[in-house]
Design a protein around this ligand. Structure first.
Ligand code: NAD
Length: 513
């Protein structure tokens, strides 16, 4: 099935205004001919070309950031609840375009349509959250130790926020950052992944129309370009106090170094290596369904994908057999085919990477129980998901192989499973399946899972926007989305007001002539 043959795709691209050649640089107006060369957006489901994008060069980047910087002081001073109203309208437009955008996410990135729609729903949810937040950017009041003094803290907009996004959540992660940053009073410069340029242009166009209705340009800005032209410039740019970067740990090390060199702030959402522990007393039906979605959903290309499954000895065999039987039934195919459960990997390089990974797994003593083969389907990006019987010392278990490969490791005791679970460099998401309160609470205690996310009786992926999302260790320590993650996009100011005619010093210090 080719993109043009799927009902409605061409019309959707036209409705989104991205059917042919697109500019990859804009701030509310598009730079007509950005000078960074052409980028072709490829549909991994069949290898066809979807459309062409002109990338930004250094001078286009400059133009975009100049507009963003000029806009910031006015946006900063526009009342937060009014900023929230604009975000509310963006949410409404996203609702209106949910189908078209979801289809485009699937077309460009390869996740199945229902997950493409889910990604857009996540944008809508965060828009709603941000609207509420626009009236709740609260600061604390604290008692002063000095008489007739008042102390409180207030939160001011930070400035420009650089948002770098990964291919696998091409628009949702941008929205977690941008819609929250916008109500906080910041302007956003977005550098999306070169794998998914079109959907970012579509989102920018939707937002441009809403901002234009209110007379705004330059709040949301887009620069699609090469790492050397755009990425490196963005992270080194002293006009941008915060860089929020989502991607691999290797990228995070580079971003952290460049941002630290100028003492900027970063918010890093990097690779995961997520583990699930299934206890003997677990509801295995629940565990099986959750593991299937967590390991195979998005073709194993979620930061929260389940990669390591620790099975207690009493249920290990049963669970392994059930998994093999379930893996056999996974329907692999075009992302927009309603029958498909697992689409393609994002490109051929990702398939090669998975094959190399499986070779190393075998060298290290891993036994492939099911799958792991390249599939000869149009486009060349299809694989079978793999189940691997692994031993806990295998070095591959420490790496994030960004593909549908699930390691199965048997264990005896809970303490042993927790130790193995925590023995990897990454710390994003984790889960346990159990009906024992003691096991669950042990997993959630300070000595339990060392991850930013810990779940009981649900899988590691598919987080709701209401919680703060992010992970520890090499996952980078950042938190985005709900809870109080908004604080990362603002600067805190502690204020002390003396409403007396005396000048007492804190800590009882005397300093008088
Ligand atoms: P990637 O690291 O290859 O690229 C991510 C983004 O970083 C892209 O936009 C890329 O162009 C940009 N980039 C790379 N080098 C840069 C540089 N030197 N300066 C500026 N920008 C640079 O990652 P990917 O393959 O697109 O995505 C997959 C990875 O992202 C996985 O490791 C996955 O776990 C991770 N991820 C993490 C989260 C999270 O929230 N923790 C969410 C999604 C994806």
């Amino acid at each position: 099935m080719k993109a043009g043959e799927i009902a409605g795709v061409q019309e959707a691209l036209e409705r989104l205004g991205i059917a042919e050649i697109n500019s990859g640089a804009g701030w509310g107006e598009w730079i007509e001919r950005p000078r960074g060369g052409d980028l072709v957006s490829i549909n991994p489901s069949d290898g066809s070309q979807i459309a062409r994008v002109r990338m930004a060069a250094a001078e286009d980047y400059e133009e975009v950031v100049r507009h963003a910087a000029e806009t910031f002081p006015r946006w900063r001073d526009y009342p937060a609840p009014k900023r929230g109203q604009i975000v509310r309208e963006i949410g409404d437009e996203l609702r209106r375009h949910k189908n078209d955008l979801g289809m485009l996410v699937s077309l460009e990135m390869g996740k199945v349509f229902s997950e493409g729609l889910g990604e857009v729903q996540e944008m809508i949810d965060i828009a709603d959250f941000a609207v509420g937040l626009s009236r709740q950017l609260y600061g604390l009041t604290m008692p002063s130790e000095r008489p007739s003094h008042r102390m409180y803290e207030q939160w001011h907009p930070l400035g420009l926020v650089g948002v770098i996004t990964a291919f696998n959540f091409p628009v949702a992660v941008w929205s977690w950052n941008a819609l929250i940053a916008a109500v906080c009073g910041d302007c956003v410069v977005w550098k999306p992944s070169s794998e998914t340029p079109l959907v970012s242009i579509a989102v920018q166009k939707i937002c441009d129309r809403v901002f234009a209705r209110h007379g705004w340009k330059g709040v949301f800005n887009l620069v699609i370009g090469r790492g050397t032209d755009v990425g490196e410039r963005l992270i080194a740019d002293r006009r941008i106090p915060l860089i929020s970067a989502t991607g691999s740990c290797a990228m995070g090390y580079r971003v952290a170094e460049a941002v630290a060199r100028r003492l900027g702030r970063n918010l890093l959402e990097l690779g995961g290596n997520n583990g699930v522990i299934v206890m003997d007393d677990a509801n295995l039906d629940l565990a099986l369904r959750a593991v299937l979605f967590g390991a195979v959903g998005t073709a194993g290309q979620r930061c929260t994908t389940i990669r390591r499954l620790f099975l207690q000895k009493g249920i290990a065999r049963r669970m392994t057999e059930s998994l093999v039987a379930a893996y056999r039934q996974i329907r692999i195919g075009h992302a927009l085919d309603p029958e498909t459960l697992m689409g393609p990997l994002v490109n051929r390089a990702a398939v090669d990477e998975m094959m190399r990974g499986l070779e190393r797994i075998r060298e290290q003593g891993g036994e492939v129980l099911y799958g792991g083969n390249r599939l000869d389907l149009p486009g060349g990006c299809y694989v079978e998901p793999a189940l691997v019987k692994a031993h806990p010392e295998m070095l591959m278990l420490r790496e994030e192989l960004f593909a549908p490969v699930l390691y199965l490791v048997e264990f005896d005791r809970l303490e042993q499973a927790i130790e193995w679970h925590n023995s990897v460099p990454q710390g994003l998401s984790s889960a346990m399946f159990t009906t024992s309160l003691i096991s669950a609470e042990t997993f959630l205690s300070a000595g339990g899972s060392d991850c930013g996310i810990a779940n009981i009786n649900i899988g590691t992926s598919g987080a709701e926007i209401g919680g703060a999302f992010g992970g520890e260790k090499e996952t980078g320590g950042g938190r985005e989305s709900g809870s109080d993650a908004w604080k990362a996009y603002m600067r805190r100011q502690t204020v002390t007001i003396n409403w007396s005619n005396d000048l007492p010093l804190a800590q009882g210090v005397k300093f008088e002539l």
